[in-house]
Design a protein around this ligand. Structure first.
Ligand code: EPZ
Length: 416
């Protein structure tokens, strides 16, 4: 096991490039199964979730070589359609494999997905979408068996704009016979990136980024090359670290429109934001608490709820955060309280009373984004903090401590 040791009260200064987006890479790696051939994906982050997805693809028969920031995925010999249970439990995103395996082999067997413990992670919307394009699905003994004599276009309406279910539906529909419409689709930028990748493979998709996505089924897809979009959640986390430490941080390779809701809130809080086409800079100001409600894109992203809650612990006044997306996404609160934060959680709402300063403590990362928020708190706190269970953080933040060190942070990784 490993931990971070952080000495706080260092103002972060400087600029950095962020890696490719975890939540764009995972569905795109799954989508590479839709054809036989060698696809090249650039700007793939070095994080544990990518290694887990790589392990699954290799178990299914793919050959994968990493060359620097690129993954070379040869899916010629993919023949298996069953995903091992231990790998399904390790990562929620393994559910993305249903669409591509159904699309290519008309069959898939998997157990219920695992992932971060941020709430029940049902897949009813995924199943409803796949049934709409002709899949017959049986759920028995903890396993899901899906198969289709053939896939035919359908009209899918989501009760909730689920990111994963939208992506699974797109990947199942691209090789279906006829047209598919996805209504109340998720609008996250990562879905645009998946649409771009699939269209490069020869698919005919339009509408990603809006709530209605249209897919004209084709008979065959081809391997292609693609560069993953930058990780907006990683960018938002570093910008908040800059604001929290009264520093001056620039992210060099991020389009501001991916983070409009976040930048708007940071300005409301008192941070000074400057942007250009591919660049965001945050300079500290006097931080004051505001209210936030997490929402599907383009609303405030749930993945930045934990980091901004950390910021609120040392902002003037009281803040209220309502987490509307996941049921159990305040696991960072108990750990932050050990650092002197004053937070009360009532159901899906957290009420944060700002204090003048946090103090360093020994804490443990309960999940990926909560872990990131604890590091931010430690960077701002007086004294030394130890953050255990950094394997959670390594799931989604590439070389987190190295990037923070490049901004002047006093953070080291240690074996426990
Ligand atoms: C994706 O998860 C992201 N993961 C999550 O990022 C992100 O928080 C989430 O979208 C919301 O933006 C990846 O892209 C790999 P959802 P996903 O389906 O697809 C309910 C991170 O930290 N729901 O949009 O699982 C569900 O319970 C991770 O990087 C159903 O009810 O999210 C949740 O309450 C965490 N039935 C809500 O929808 C379903 O069939 C949002 O889930 C599917 C989802």
């Amino acid at each position: 096991m490993e931990k971070f040791i952080v000495t706080g009260e260092v103002q972060l200064q400087g600029s950095l490039k962020i890696s490719g987006a975890k939540n764009a890479t995972l569905p795109i790696m799954a989508a590479s199964l839709l054809c036989s051939g060698v696809s090249v994906i650039h700007d793939v982050p070095f994080i544990r979730d990518i290694s887990a997805m790589q392990e699954i693809l290799v178990l299914l028969g793919a050959k994968i070589v990493r060359e620097g920031n690129a993954l070379i995925i040869d899916t010629t010999n993919v023949s298996k359609i069953e995903i091992p249970e231990h790998l399904m439990r390790e990562m929620r995103a393994s559910v993305f494999l249903m669409g591509p395996l159904l699309g290519r082999f008309k069959k898939v067997r998997l157990s219920y997905p695992g992932g971060c413990d941020i709430g029940p992670r049902p897949i009813d919307l995924h199943i409803k979408a796949l049934e709409k394009v002709g899949a017959k699905i049986r759920e028995r003994f903890g396993f899901i068996d899906a198969e289709a004599y053939k896939l035919t276009g359908g009209d899918i309406h989501f009760d909730f704009p689920s990111v994963g279910a939208t992506e699974n539906a797109m990947m199942a529909a691209v090789l279906a016979e006829g047209a598919t419409i996805i209504r109340n689709a998720a609008r996250e930028p990562e879905i645009n990136d998946l649409q771009t990748f699939l269209n490069k493979m020869g698919a005919k998709i339009s509408g990603a980024g809006t709530d209605t996505i249209c897919i004209e089924g084709v008979s065959k897809l081809f391997a292609t090359e693609h560069t993953i979009m930058p990780d907006r959640i990683q960018a938002g986390t570093f910008l908040m670290a800059g604001a929290m430490t009264h520093g001056d941080v620039t992210i060099e390779n991020i389009r501001p429109e991916y983070l409009f809701s976040v930048l708007d809130k940071l300005e409301e809080i008192g941070a000074h934001i400057t942007t250009a086409e591919n660049y965001i800079r945050v300079k500290a100001g006097e931080l004051r608490g505001v209210d936030i409600k997490t929402l599907p894109y383009p609303g405030f992203p749930t993945d930045l709820q934990a980091p901004i809650l950390s910021l609120f612990t040392i902002a003037k006044g009281t803040s209220v955060i309502t987490e509307t997306i996941f049921e159990n996404r305040f696991k960072h609160v108990d750990e932050l309280s050990r650092m002197g934060a004053k937070i009360k959680v009532e159901g899906r709402t957290a009420i944060i009373r700002g204090v003048s300063k946090l103090t360093g403590a020994c804490v443990a990362a309960p999940d990926l984004r909560a872990g990131g928020s604890l590091v931010l708190a430690a960077l701002a706190a007086e004294g030394v903090s130890e953050i255990e269970s950094v394997y959670h953080i390594d799931r989604g933040y590439e070389k987190f401590e190295e990037k923070l060190q490049s901004l002047g942070a006093n953070i080291i990784r240690r074996r426990t």
